[in-house]
Design a protein around this ligand. Structure first.
Ligand code: NI
Length: 170
C-alpha cells in the first residue's frame, strides 16, 4: 500500500512522535513495507512515519533508492549515539517538495535503534547516509530541515509555500 505523504503545514510533521512499544507484529511489518513502497514511489532516500500521518518513532532509509536490498534500514525508536565532523550539502524533503537547500550536518552519525522484531541494531552512516539518518531522526522529533536554515531562508520558503497554498497548489 502506498501512503499519501503529508506536506508542510500538516501539524503531524511538527509533533514529536511517540516511541513504539510493541514489536514483531504483522501490523508493524506491513507498515514498514508500505513505507518503503511509498518512499520508492516518491524517489526519496528516507521516510519517517509522521510523514505518512503516523506519529510514531519509525523511519525507513535507503540511499540506493532500491538498488541494493542490503542498504535498506528500518530504524525504530532511533537514538543518535555519536556524531563526527561536518558536511554541507543540498537537502530536500518529500514533505516539502520543490525546495532544496544547503544544510550543514554531522559527516558521520552512529544510530542505535530497534528493528521490527525489537532487536537492537546499530548503523554507522557517513556522508549521504549520515545526512539521511539525521534528517529522519529530526522528523521523529517534529523538526523539519527548514529549522536548520538561516531565519532569512526559512521565512522565504515559508512565504513561497503560503503563496502556493493560497493558489491551491500545495
Ligand atoms: Ni524529510
Amino acid at each position: 500500500m502506498v501512503y499519501q505523504i503529508r506536506k508542510y503545514g500538516d501539524p503531524v510533521l511538527e509533533t514529536p512522535a511517540d516511541a513504539i512499544t510493541e514489536f514483531g507484529g504483522e501490523e508493524l511489518q506491513a507498515m514498514v513495507d508500505s513505507m518503503f513502497e511509498t518512499m520508492y514511489e516518491a524517489r526519496g532516500v528516507g521516510l519517517a512515519a509522521p510523514q505518512v500521518g503516523v506519529s510514531q518513532r519509525l523511519t525507513v532509509i535507503d540511499i540506493t533508492c532500491g538498488e541494493d536490498p542490503a542498504q535498506k534500514h528500518v530504524l525504530i525508536n532511533p537514538e543518535i549515539v555519536r556524531v563526527e565532523g561536518l558536511q554541507t550539502g543540498e537537502e530536500g524533503c518529500l514533505s516539502i517538495p520543490g525546495f532544496r537547500e544547503q544544510v550543514t550536518r554531522a559527516r558521520l552519525a552512529v544510530v542505535r535503534a530497534r528493528n521490527v522484531r525489537g532487536e537492537t541494531v546499530e548503523v554507522t552512516g557517513e556522508d549521504l547516509l549520515a545526512r539521511a539518518i539525521q534528517h529522519e531522526v529530526d522528523h521523529l522529533n517534529g523538526v523539519l530541515f527548514l529549522s536548520r536554515l538561516s531565519p532569512l531562508k526559512r521565512d522565504l520558503i515559508k512565504r513561497k509555500i503560503r503563496k502556493l497554498a493560497k493558489a491551491g497548489e500545495w
